[in-house]
Write a new protein. Sequence first.
Length: 152
Amino acid sequence: MAVSSGLFVNNIIAALGTTNLDIDLESETEIKAALFTNSVVPDFDASTTNAAYGASVWASNEVSGTGYTAGGVLLTTTTLTGASGVMTFDSADPSWSSSTITNARGVLIYNNVLSPKSAIVLVNLGADYSTSNGQLLITVSASGWFNVDLVP
C-alpha cells in the first residue's frame, strides 16, 4: 500500500477525549503542510500510537530539493467551519515557488507546535508531481482539505 487519504483517527480521539490534545485548526502559526513521496505507508488506525511528523513512517520519504524546506510550509487563511452538520477544514492553497521537487504524492497536514507534531490528515494528490525551478501549487478542493459529517 502507498499514499492514501485519510484523517489520523488516534489524534482526533486524543483531541476530543480526555487527553485534550490541543490541535488548533484555525491557527496560522501552527498548522503546516509537508510533501511526501508515494513510498510512505500511512497508518490511520486508532490502535496505533499517535501519528506525528518526523516520527515513525513520517521520519522518511519526505520530498527534498531546491525551494523545499523539510517540514513544509505554514498554512494560511485556515478556517474550521460548520454548516448542516458538516465540519470543514480549509486554507489558502500552499505553494513552493522556484522549487525543484521530485515525485510529491501526498500532503501531510500536521500541528507543528505540539510535541510530538501531531498529524491531522494526509491527502493523496492522485499522481506524482515534480518541478524544475518552477512553482508547485497545491490547489485545495472547493470543499476544503476535509469534511466530517457529524449527523448520525
